[in-house]
Design a protein around this ligand. Sequence first.
Ligand SMILES: Nc1ncnc2c1ncn2[C@@H]1O[C@H](COP(=O)(O)OP(=O)(O)OP(=O)(O)O)[C@@H](O)[C@H]1O
Length: 226
Amino acid sequence: MHIRFDQAELRYGDRVALLPLTLSLVERRIGVIGLNGSGKTSFARLIAGLAKPTSGKVTLDGLDTVADEQAARAKTGFIFQNPGNQIILPNIREDIALGPKSRGLAAGEVERLVDAALDRFGIGDLGTRRPHELSGGELQLAALAAVCVNRPELVIFDEPTNQLDLKNRARVKTAIEGLAEQAVVISHDLDLVADFERVLVFDQGALAFDGAGQAAITRYREIAGC
Ligand SMILES: Nc1ncnc2c1ncn2[C@@H]1O[C@H](COP(=O)(O)OP(=O)(O)OP(=O)(O)O)[C@@H](O)[C@H]1O
């Protein structure tokens, strides 16, 4: 998918979250790194249509995230920093079924899609669990299944390995690596994006570097001074 920022800016009152940005992205794996408050989540929310640019525009394959809001939003799925909060139904199966049901699919087809989504991320045994009965890594995978069942072209992850132990981190990393969909990954876990084709470094609301993973990490270390 072609993600395009055209002088897109995001402000909250007087506070600038993202300075006017012009950018074109087509890579399969796009990393986003930078200090706290540098604008990473703001950038991702603009892509997903969760925030509207205060000026300029953002388009996905030419669809404007404001003028063509519904069609543009259908192209993306967002895994939030605390994925437990986005699982809203009592158990994982019901939550994954929500999207297919809202598309008016027959019950048998919904069940088939839910099974396929659970299997795809290796969590077939977790379908009847409640969200609070899952580990952080399992929650990431459950949220990912619930997002991917709606067939987005792009999945956006906001710090997917935050607070995960090494085992869960490896599980989530593998799931992201194996994803057929395009992915934008915001992360403070630099190893996660080190091999990505393209990594953006944000600093104080501006794009400070745009290039391959290792070079981006070097630039980020310079900005952080460590
Ligand atoms: N809803 C909001 N209202 C006011 N200011 C906001 C809001 N959301 C973000 N900001 C501000 O915009 C700036 C960028 O925030 P953003 O969340 O995009 O940063 P970030 O790089 O994702 O940070 P972190 O790594 O801490 O998640 C920050 O100064 C933040 O305080």
